[in-house]
Ligand binder design. Structure first.
Ligand code: SP5
Ligand code: ZN
Length: 335
C-alpha cells in the first residue's frame, strides 16, 4: 500500500493536558508516529500544495490564529505551551477579541490541546500528507493509500481545535476530492471518539457523507456531539450517521454497526472513501474502553474494502503506543 509521512510532524510534542482536574502527561506523543514508521518502513514525503486546500475547510481567521498563537503567547510573556482557560458559552455574540487568552478560548473547546512552538508546522505537514496521499487515488493510480497524520484531525472544526486535533486532515482531503471532481465522497470514522469536527464541517453539505462508530457521548469524550439523533441539516440532511456504542464493545457488536455504516455508504454511492482510522478502539488503549483486538482490525478493514471504492486511510487516535504499529499494520493489511 502507498504510505505517506513527513518528519516535521514529530516536532509537535505538547507536554500536558488537563484531565480529571489536574495536569496529566499528554497522550498524543511523537512516539506514536515513530512506532508506526518502525512497523511500516519508509513512507513517501508529501508535496507542498500550500494553504488553499486548508482554507477550503478552515476559516482564514482560524488558520491565522493557529499559525501565530504560540508567538503571541510568548509575546505575552508566557513560557511553555499555549492553552486556554476561559471559553465562550455557545451562541455568545461574536466579539473582536485581542488578548491571546480570549482567542485561545474562542478557537478551542478543551484544555487537552495545547499549542506549542511547532504545532502549526506539524499540523500543516500532516494536512499536506493527507493531500498528497489522496492524489494517486484521484488519478486512478492506486486503490488504497495511507496518510500517517500526526497530530490527528477529526476533532478540529472549521474554526476550532480540540481533542489533540488542529487541522482536520480527513476533511481537508474530502473537500479536495470533491474539488477535484468527485460528486460524492464518504468519510467513515472508526476512531473510538466521535469525529465532531468532521461532522460539523460537513453538517449541511450534501456531497460528503459522514458516518461514525464511536463510544456513546453520554459516557465519553467529546460529550456534546455524536448522539444517534444528529443526522445533518439543509443539503446535508441525512448525510450524517452516528452509531454510538457502549463501553466494553467487542468485535461482534462493532461489526453490526459497521454493516449499517457500510449499507448507508453504499446507498450514498461515493466515488471515493476516506477512513478516519483511530486505533484507540484497541482493548488495551489507556484512555478508551472498547475491546477490539489486533486480529480484529483486518476484519474491520476488509468490510470497508468490500465497498470497492478508492480509499484513503487517515491516521487519527490510538494511544497504546507499544501496540500501535502492529494495530495500524493489521488494519492496513485488510485492504
Ligand atoms: C484523536 C483522539 O483520539 N482524540 C482524543 C481526545 C480525548 N481527550 C480526552 C480524554 C482525556 C484523557 N486524558 C488522559 C491523559 C493521560 N495521560
Ligand atoms: Zn480517538
Amino acid at each position: 500500500m502507498l504510505k505517506y509521512f513527513d518528519p516535521r510532524q514529530l516536532a509537535h510534542a505538547p507536554l500536558q493536558e488537563m484531565h480529571n482536574g489536574g495536569w496529566a502527561d499528554h497522550a498524543e506523543k511523537p512516539s506514536r508516529a515513530e512506532i508506526v514508521l518502525g512497523q511500516l518502513g519508509d513512507c513517501a514525503a508529501p508535496k507542498d500544495v500550500g494553504r488553499a486546500p486548508l482554507a477550503r475547510v478552515h476559516t482564514a481567521d482560524y488558520l491565522d490564529f493557529l499559525e501565530n498563537a504560540h508567538d503571541r503567547w510568548r509575546d505575552a510573556g508566557r513560557t511553555g505551551d499555549a492553552v486556554g482557560y476561559t471559553w465562550p458559552v455557545v451562541q455568545r455574540r461574536p466579539l473582536k477579541l485581542d488578548r491571546i487568552d480570549a482567542q485561545l478560548g474562542r478557537y478551542s473547546y478543551d484544555a487537552g490541546t495545547p499549542i506549542t512552538a511547532d504545532t502549526w508546522d506539524a499540523a500543516y505537514w500532516g494536512a499536506q500528507t493527507a493531500l498528497t496521499a489522496l492524489q494517486p487515488l484521484l488519478i486512478g493510480e492506486a486503490r488504497t493509500s495511507f496518510a500517517l497524520c500526526r497530530p490527528p484531525g477529526h476533532h478540529a472544526g472549521a474554526d476550532y481545535l480540540g481533542g489533540y486535533c488542529y487541522l482536520n486532515n480527513a476533511a481537508i482531503a474530502a473537500r479536495a476530492a470533491t474539488d477535484a471532481g468527485h460528486p460524492r465522497v464518504a468519510i467513515i470514522d472508526v476512531d473510538y471518539h466521535h469525529g465532531n469536527g468532521t461532522q460539523d464541517i460537513f453538517w449541511d453539505a450534501g456531497d460528503v457523507f459522514f458516518a461514525s462508530i464511536h463510544a456513546d457521548p453520554a459516557t465519553d469524550y467529546p460529550f456534546y456531539w455524536g448522539h444517534a439523533d444528529e443526522t445533518g441539516e439543509g443539503a446535508g440532511r441525512d448525510t450524517t450517521l452516528n452509531l454510538p456504542l457502549p463501553r466494553g464493545t467487542r468485535l461482534p457488536a462493532y461489526l453490526e454497526a459497521l454493516d449499517r455504516v457500510i449499507g448507508a455508504v453504499a446507498k450514498f454511492a461515493p466515488g471515493l472513501i476516506i477512513v478516519s482510522f483511530g486505533a484507540d478502539t484497541f482493548e488495551e488503549d489507556p484512555i478508551s474502553h472498547f475491546k477490539i483486538a489486533e486480529a480484529d482490525y483486518p476484519i474491520i478493514a476488509d468490510r470497508i474494502a468490500k465497498l470497492g471504492r478508492p480509499t484513503l486511510v487517515v491516521m487519527e487516535g490510538g494511544y497504546a503506543v507499544d501496540a500501535l504499529g502492529r494495530n495500524v499494520e493489521a488494519f492496513l493489511s485488510g485492504f
